[in-house]
Ligand binder design. Sequence first.
Ligand code: HBI
Ligand code: FE
Length: 290
Amino acid sequence: MNISTEAAVTPAVYGESDRPPRGDYSRGGAVLADYTCPQDWASYTPADHDTYRRLYERQAAQLPGLACDAFIASLPSLGVKNRIPRFDEINERLYKATRWEIVAVPGLIPELPFFTLLANRKFPVTDWIRKPEEFDYIVEPDVFHDLFGHVPMLFDPTFADYVQRYGQGGIKAHALGAGEKLARLYWYTVEFGLIRQPDGLRAYGAGILSSVGELQHAVRSSEPYRLPLDLLRTMRTRYKIDSYQSTYFVIDSFSQLFDLTAPDFTPLYNALATQPDIEAGTLLPGESVA
Ligand code: HBI
Ligand code: FE
């Protein structure tokens, strides 16, 4: 059953603002009910491949000392660097590693289909790439952000299990109307998470790892606050989708992240309903940075 064009272009809630998603959700009826679509690799132009090659080259050069060990170890699993990879090429390696697979989507999708894909160990990867004039910055995730930023971490077994558990929790949160609160946990871990390694602070969040400027800012700048990850505090904290983060949350290990998602979150959502949101870039009385 293919969804109609109107239904397909319902704005996906991405973080704190609704925006009509970019991408062709109709594709002549090729977008399925779960919002996935064929990658259509042949449709990429030489300019698209060159954009990917240049983004990869520039970002990979920045990683030492800023990206976490798990990311650096898995990055080569993306395979080719000089063109946009075929998703099935990556899936051969990814499925063997952690039983995850990547699926193509036309861009941002509504939260329930998103959570459902994650709960089934399917990671949605946007199928289009930014235009050359968007080389330095793009608000919405494109194939470079999703492949380079997210996929290497899915090769880490503990992190991979966390993301599936996150998806399962998201389906429950959606039913409770708590999707936006849980989206903040995703934002401050999977997208903008920091981890403390024995040799110092490193990034594991895809939004940091795929950004030319935010990698230094998140790990090295004295400007942002860096707080220990705490479920309540993190899910109370609003975020901006179009500027560097002014608050980051730090974990000590991926098993800490996985263990956090063990209990049922319903009591947390009840507590959150009674506590005000916290603007990013602020500290509560008595809080100290990580
Ligand atoms: N859709 N393709 C895509 N990628 C995302 O990261 C994404 C999404 N839809 C919703 C969403 N993220 C966030 O709102 C989640 O935290 C729910
Ligand atoms: Fe992302």
